[in-house]
Design a protein around this ligand. Structure first.
Ligand code: CO8
Length: 252
């Protein structure tokens, strides 16, 4: 299996507006993610923007005149969270701005890599609103209540370097978009080289830790661990180890 980079989707090529996120962009992004998810040859995905911006947030011009009735009745931005339902691991490779919905989109991914100078933030408070795509929840889980509260209430930005120290970002790299994508691709290729069944299970149990208490989480993990004894790949992996051979995964 291989890894794939999603970039320069037609709608993400909106460099003038710094990849502002719109409903049209999410129709296209979700379609591309669905295609990747259904392609058995793709074992991991890298999502990126450009040197200047991963995404500068939801399109403020598109949202400016939206009414409560429209937002509520049409469940505005509900489909923007499709990313978080994927089974294939996704790495966000962030350079430049990742603000508002851009930061939230990165946090919906499974792993974030960023340049040291990347610019994260939840500036919605400056627009008279609040994060709407999970920012208040995921940022708080990632860096703790006090730091998340400070960032969300002030709208202050923070660098990729700081985000790595705080645990939001797994790796902060020197350089620009190319360097961060290279690093993300290397990790994606490594993930894609493992058993698809084990990767999906590992992603599922880590995600459960976000919703469950420690006791239920550990029990849940044990059930999935037990279930993997029913997979071909557990047999293949352990046999290959004993025989000092490279495992040839069946992905079943
Ligand atoms: N929406 C629409 N247009 C934007 C956005 C945006 N979020 N960000 C930048 N642009 C446009 C600017 O209006 C400008 O257009 P024009 O040339 O026509 O005037 C162009 O992009 C370039 O921007 P700047 O001239 O401002 O460039 P700078 O380099 O001076 O500044 C910044 C870059 C710091 C990124 C600045 O543009 C900025 O502060 N942008 C707004 C960031 C922001 O507030 N984002 C949060 C939006 S609210 C939100 O995301 C709610 C989340 C809802 C859920 C999302 C689900 C995933």
């Amino acid at each position: 299996m291989s890894a794939v980079v999603l970039r320069n989707l037609r709608c993400l090529e909106s460099p003038k507006a710094l990849n502002a996120l719109s409903s049209a962009l999410f129709v296209e992004l979700n379609e591309a993610l669905k295609e990747c998810e259904e392609d058995s040859e793709i074992g991991a995905i890298v999502l990126t923007g450009s040197d200047k911006a991963f995404a500068a947030g939801a399109d403020i011009k598109e949202m400016a005149s939206l009414t409560f009735a429209e937002a509520y009745s049409k469940n505005f931005i509900a489909s923007w969270s499709f990313m978080s339902s994927l089974r294939t691991p996704v790495i966000a490779a962030v350079s430049g701005h990742a603000l508002g919905g851009g930061c939230e989109l990165a946090m919906m991914c499974d792993i974030i890599y960023a340049t040291k100078t990347a610019n994260f933030g939840q500036p919605e408070i400056k627009l008279g609103t609040i994060p709407g795509a999970g920012g208040s929840q995921r940022l708080t889980k990632a860096i703790g209540k006090s730091k998340a509260m400070e960032l969300i209430l002030t709208g202050n930005n923070y660098s990729g370097e700081q985000a790595e120290k705080d645990g939001l970002v797994a790796k902060a790299v020197e350089g620009g978009n190319k360097e961060v994508v290279d690093q993300a691709l290397a990790t994606a290729a490594k993930i894609a080289s493992y058993s698809r069944v084990a990767v999906v299970a590992a992603k599922e149990v880590v995600n459960k830790s976000q919703d469950l208490g420690i006791r239920e989480g550990v029990e849940y993990e044990r059930r999935i661990f037990h279930a993997l004894f029913g997979s071909q790949d557990q047999k293949i992996g352990m046999k290959a180890f004993a025989e000092k051979k490279k495992a040839e995964w069946s992905h079943s």
